[in-house]
Design a protein around this ligand. Structure first.
Ligand SMILES: *Cc1c(COP(=O)(O)O)cnc(C)c1O
Length: 238
């Protein structure tokens, strides 16, 4: 299999990223084992993903349901997270494909996922992160910060949903330090909300290739890393 040639390079890329996570965790007095690496595999073909799984990158993140559907059955041994927007007409397929949806950004979407989980996979709740638009950026998805608590009240009792915490996308800035206030604000929001809503869960999905070390310093439990593992995507990529 041609993809086999890629395994050592991907293993090296994985080790490098894990080492950087460990360094950042060390600076913050954290255990690096408390940081989960999601390898964001959008636009990476299935053959290369089979090599990624062989290299130990078994948790994959996709931002499009349709793309994940084309790759899912061709990549044995992978687990999948959805990290991009979910339209309600793709919710059924998403429940079939993904172990976790990191990008839930409305109460109706959570309700729909809950109904589908109870219909399609009643034995295993779907792991969900609530996406927060910390910076109130009109080009980004997510709950406004003050909308998270009312959403939690509506979502925390849904039996098909296992809340794992909050997710955000940092701002695009020339210096990764510029993303720190966003990550810190997400951690503070999480702390405030879990005090009254422990069902939220204390997970924090934040940090991508350019800023995951800052995110780990600020408490990320999940980092979503694409380019630092797989290289640059073709220009058309979102
Ligand atoms: C593409 C993407 C990532 C990974 O971005 P990189 O810069 O390639 O690390 C992480 N999170 C989301 C939501 C994405 O769409």
């Amino acid at each position: 299999m041609a993809g086999d040639r890629e395994v050592p390079a991907l293993r090296e890329a994985r080790d490098r990223v894990r080492e950087r996570i460990a360094q950042a965790a060390g600076r913050a007095g954290r255990n690096p084992d408390d940081v989960t690496l999601v390898a964001v595999s959008k636009l990476v073909p299935a053959e290369r993903l089979r090599a990624a799984v062989a290299a130990g990158l078994t948790l994959l993140g996709e931002n499009r349901v349709q793309e994940a559907a084309t790759k899912h059955d061709a990549v044995a041994g992978a687990r999948w997270h959805l990290v991009g927007p979910l339209q309600s007409n793709k919710a059924r397929l998403a429940v079939e494909l993904f172990e976790a949806i990191e990008s839930v950004d409305s109460i109706p979407l959570a309700d729909r996922l809950d109904r589908l989980v109870r219909e399609l996979r009643p034995a295993s709740a779907l792991t969900v992160y609530l996406q927060v638009n910390v910076d109130r950026d009109p080009t980004k998805a997510g709950f406004e910060p003050e909308a998270v608590e009312p959403a939690l009240t509506a979502i925390e009792g849904l039996p098909g949903i296992r809340l794992a915490g909050l997710m955000t996308v940092g701002r695009v800035v020339p210096d990764p330090e510029g993303a720190r206030p966003t990550f810190r604000a997400l951690r503070e929001l999480s702390g405030a909300l879990t005090a009254s809503h422990p069902a939220l869960g204390d997970g924090l999905s934040m940090g991508m290739s350019d800023d995951f070390e800052i995110a780990v310093e600020e408490g990320a439990t999940v980092v979503r890393v694409g380019r630092a593992l797989f290289g640059e995507r073709p220009d058309a990529a979102p």
